[in-house]
Design a protein around this ligand. Structure first.
Ligand SMILES: [Zn+2]
Length: 167
């Protein structure tokens, strides 16, 4: 399989983490910049992949558990942890310029702001608050909540963090 390419972006060493994806030109808001591709897996397979990653993470205590599973629909997920998926390099940010959208059975990374040439492309990974401690965030934006968590669960996260501090 050939690596996915886009006229809008390229891989580059990231200031946030590892390799990132950067705009090669000015990109208007609401542009599909890159498709998030991978292997279509059933929910059962998906759970197994997530469990294996978690076990590996527990063993090695690596910085990132590296979850690349995407909900496609009620039956299938996309496992984006494949070499040809360039979009797997896109970093999370608490103040992102893009988001992942599902359109006719495909996952696209779409800009939600006007993006300047040279900007890093980011989206919110939307992880559940439940295991927030496994996913620290280094996005460095003013809005950063220190963990990779879906924005709609930030209130819950802030409550949990407060509780932890008061202990
Ligand atoms: Zn952050």
């Amino acid at each position: 399989m050939e690596k996915t390419k886009s006229i809008y972006v390229k891989e580059k060493k990231s200031k946030i983490h590892g390799t990132g994806i950067y705009a090669t030109r000015d990109i208007p808001k609401n542009t599909y910049v890159l498709e998030y591709v991978g292997e279509k897996v059933t929910k059962k397979q998906s759970d197994q992949i997530a469990q294996d990653l978690l076990d590996k993470y527990e063993k090695n205590k690596k910085k990132y558990a590296g979850v690349f599973l995407f909900t496609l629909n009620s039956r299938f997920d996309i496992n984006g942890n494949v070499k040809w998926n360039t979009a797997r390099f896109i970093n999370h940010s608490c103040d992102p310029n893009s988001e992942a959208v599902i359109d006719k059975g495909h996952i696209w990374i779409e800009t939600i702001k006007n993006v300047k040439k040279g900007d890093e492309i980011t989206y919110n990974y939307g992880y559940d608050v439940e295991n927030y401690e496994d996913h620290p965030c280094w996005c460095g934006t003013k809005k950063c909540v220190s963990y990779i968590v879906a924005e709609k669960q930030w209130t819950k996260l802030k409550k949990l963090l407060k509780k932890k501090l008061s202990k």
